[in-house]
Design a protein around this ligand. Structure first.
Ligand code: ZN
Length: 317
């Protein structure tokens, strides 16, 4: 993170995409707008607001274009949308999406199940999307971020080769991706593995090394965050109230909880720019849009510690 941004770690909220994608019921579009506005007002600098996949496959994301058009009006917010392929990228571009994220699975079986392509074919799709970016007029040009999914293990294949994950990340960067991050789609990662793999990613990709998308499926999510921090990672995905998982990786629920992540970072003296009380209050919007949906998170349940001070306050004192 740069000094002038005023933050040390960028927390990227994925609930409106990753979270809602794994909930069978659609959230009404106007509630999505209100929820995203509340997240931005709490200080989240970046939000993944939807997915340009086939509405037949994911009716929850059928309103992605409307959600993007509303979200890009929020000052200072970086709006991200997931696209699986060039067709999705064209729809995202038409809606004015400034940043696209593409999942590329390191596991062959997961890749076929998720996007019906081999990892090699997925790299070629990233190349086509980057070509679209390069021929787009500067004013509308979008960034392309890639997340290598199942990078720490797969529910279908089991262990995934670390050498292959790094090889794939290098090919994605060469195909034109602006950044390449790693995703623990299945909640299999452990801190030693996270530190090792992100260390290698950063050595191989330099400034194109992207952030961490970690799950808490087996309770190791925040330990993995600390390991990634030690490897130099400064961007983390998280989902408000831990909403979501992956519909194509059975048993893989549990994005790390945004509130708990922000509390961890701020208590460690790392500035996020996020107001925890406002963040916790935004959980009510999930309950409004999806009544009865379970909400997770330790900090929301236990409350902030007495005398809690944000990292910026402690730095100023
Ligand atoms: Zn996730």
């Amino acid at each position: 993170m740069t000094a002038e941004s005023g933050i040390d770690v960028l927390v990227s909220e994925v609930g409106p995409r990753d979270g809602l994608q794994s909930v069978a019921r659609p959230m009404p579009t106007d509630v999505k707008h209100g929820w995203i506005a509340a997240l931005a007002a709490a200080g989240l600098p970046e939000i993944e607001v939807g997915s340009f996949v086939s509405p037949r496959l994911l009716p929850q994301m059928a309103d992605a274009a409307d959600v993007v058009r509303e979200a890009v009006r929020i000052p200072g917010l970086t709006v991200l949308a997931l696209v699986p392929n060039l067709k999705g990228a064209e729809r995202a571009l038409a809606a004015g999406t400034p940043k696209l994220t593409m999942p590329v699975s390191a596991s062959r079986q997961h890749s076929m199940a998720n996007i019906r392509k081999t990892p090699e074919e997925a790299v070629e799709e990233v190349r086509r999307v980057c070509a679209l970016r390069d021929e787009t007029p500067a004013r509308q040009r979008f960034d392309v971020e890639v997340g290598v999914s199942t990078a720490f293990g797969c529910t279908m294949e089991g262990p995934v080769s670390e050498d292959w994950v790094i090889t794939l990340a290098v090919r994605l960067a060469e195909a034109g991706a602006d950044s390449v991050g790693l995703s623990d789609t299945t909640g299999y990662a452990n801190p030693a593995q996270v530190k090792r793999l992100f260390g290698r990613l950063r050595r191989e990709l330099g400034e194109k090394a992207g952030g961490a998308h970690l799950h808490n499926t087996r309770g190791q999510g925040l330990a993995n965050v600390v390991a990634a921090l030690e490897a130099g990672v400064t961007t983390f995905d998280a989902s408000l109230a831990g909403l979501g998982g992956c519909p194509y990786a059975p048993g893989a629920s549990g994005n790390i909880v945004t509130e708990d992540l922000v509390h961890l970072l701020e208590s460690m003296g790392l500035r996020t720019g996020i107001d925890l009380e406002r963040l916790i209050a935004a959980r009510a919007l999930i309950s409004e849009g999806l009544p009865g949906e379970p909400l997770y998170g330790h900090v929301a349940e236990a409350g902030l510690p007495k005398g809690f001070a944000y990292a910026a306050q402690r730095k100023a004192a």
